[in-house]
Ligand binder design. Structure first.
Ligand SMILES: Cc1ncc(COP(=O)(O)O)c(C=O)c1O
Length: 439
């Protein structure tokens, strides 16, 4: 017998994929090991097996896979050469779209990966302040593949000690924890970085009535000359067309976008205030130069064409409203089904409507990777890949109905596993967290 797809992948690619969250240890054993294509809200295995998808390319696809108008816009730029010798017209237009769309954006630097964009923001903050320390939110799982961030995780092998020491952390929705880090490192902190929200949204402000935790963070940053960075990789183009910064009414100094920007085409951006972004400029005579992002493929024209078209469609079709509506309906019907099966104490849909999450718990109500795996495994048996929940415009009534049927069947097994032990129902090893010290 020949090798499986997984064996072949792991033979030639460390981790078996180009993102750890796409690896074997992130999915139940019955998940397709490789995918051949995506269309709308569906993905297909190599033999044409079809699944309704809630992974949506790690949230990069917001309109649906292979959206025709976006594809055509990208192809038009491919026909224009895809990469030219000086800045391209579409590069100018795309930067103007971004600057025109979001209030906090005076200038834009595009990149191919979110990691590069976020590291670009950190570099700018260090250059702007002349300080070295970064303070990042501990609860937010990922900012960049670069050492400044990876050194602050448990998977920090290969990162020099001096770099590990330069990233500190604070706790989301606990302003005292940030006040403490700032007080302990007076004048040494270059930036504070966090996502505006995840499944946890900002709590009420300690200082400003009617405002949020994010406003408190901004206030502390302002007081101490620290650059306030919001990483909108996930929230951007989902919470609001103008980002979660618009949704929560807070203005960062710098922010970073990616994922949903170009409906799966490779594009990210660091954006923000002119006085900080301009450090990367070549126009300030005599100013010391900062090597901000500079790469051969940073402004690949097909992705930029896809971005402009994606923004046009997001606005035209009121896609963000659709995401909120669908997500709220999904949460309601999912939680009702959990009640029907008597498992509502052990399985819950929650989080913002545009980006719901599910929490799988065991019989003692502790969060459980085994039960999460069982849930995912049973959903796959019923034609639905739900490793997490990323919504798209292609998730419509029919997809909600399909999800309902799959949840109903999955929950009946979940209820049995709560009674007689999850081990009897799991068909392979449980999924594991990406950030762990050992394999
Ligand atoms: C909040 C956040 N920031 C940054 C990144 C890095 O983006 P990319 O994978 O495009 O490098 C991610 C990716 O998962 C992310 O979720």
């Amino acid at each position: 017998m020949g090798l499986s797809y997984s064996e072949r992948l792991n033979l030639v690619i460390p981790g078996g994929a180009h993102t750890y969250s796409r690896g074997d240890d992130q999915f139940p054993s019955n998940a397709p090991q490789v995918l051949s294509k995506g269309r709308g809200a569906y993905i297909y295995g190599p033999e044409g097996e079809k699944f309704l998808d809630y992974g949506m390319a790690l949230r990069a696809v917001v309109l649906g896979y292979a959206q025709e108008e976006v594809n055509l816009a990208a192809i038009e730029q491919i026909h224009n050469g895809n990469n030219l010798t000086r800045a391209s017209l579409v590069e100018l237009e795309a930067a103007e779209v971004m600057a025109g769309l979001i209030d906090s954006v005076d200038m834009v630097k595009f990149a191919k990966n979110g990691s590069s964009a976020v590291s670009g923001a950190v570099k700018l903050a260090r250059a702007f302040t002349g300080r070295e320390l970064v303070v990042r939110c501990l609860q937010h799982p990922f900012f960049s593949y670069d050492d400044w961030f990876i050194g602050s995780t448990v998977m920090n092998k290969g990162v020099p000690e001096n770099i590990k020491k330069q990233t500190l952390s604070f706790t989301y929705n606990d302003i005292a924890s940030l006040e403490k880090v700032i007080a302990e490192n007076p004048g040494d902190i270059a930036c504070v970085i966090l996502e505006p929200a995840t499944s946890d949204e900002p709590c009420a402000s300690k200082y400003f009535p009617g405002k949020t935790f994010l406003h408190d963070v901004k206030h502390l940053c302002e007081k101490s000359g620290i650059v306030f960075i919001l990483d909108e990789m996930i929230t951007g183009f989902r919470w609001d067309l103008q980002g979660a910064q618009k949704y929560y009414g807070v203005t960062p100094d710098l922010s970073t976008f990616g994922k949903g920007m170009a409906n799966g085409f490779s594009l990210a951006a660091v954006v923000g205030k002119r006085e900080i972004m301009e450090l990367g400029s070549t126009k300030k005579s005599g100013a010391e130069r900062v090597f901000l992002l500079s790469s051969t493929h940073g402004a690949e024209m097909s992705s930029l064409g896809a971005f402009i078209k994606t923004v046009e469609i997001l606005r035209r079709d009121k896609v963000i409203e659709h995401l909120w509506r669908y997500g709220n309906e999904l949460k309601t019907l999912g939680n009702e089904l959990a009640v029907k099966h008597g498992i509502s104490e052990h399985f819950r849909f929650m989080g913002p409507g545009c980006s719901p999450v599910y929490v799988a718990m065991d019989s003692t109500k502790n969060v459980s990777f085994e039960f999460r795996t069982l849930f995912s495994q049973e959903m796959i048996k019923n034609g639905v890949m739900m490793p997490w929940i990323a919504l798209s415009y292609a998730h419509t009534k029919a997809e909600l109905e399909l999800t309902k049927v799959a949840l109903d069947k999955t929950f009946s097994i979940y209820a049995k596993a709560l009674e007689s032990g999850v081990g009897r129902f799991l068909e392979g090893p449980p999924i594991k967290p990406v950030f762990r010290k050992y394999n």
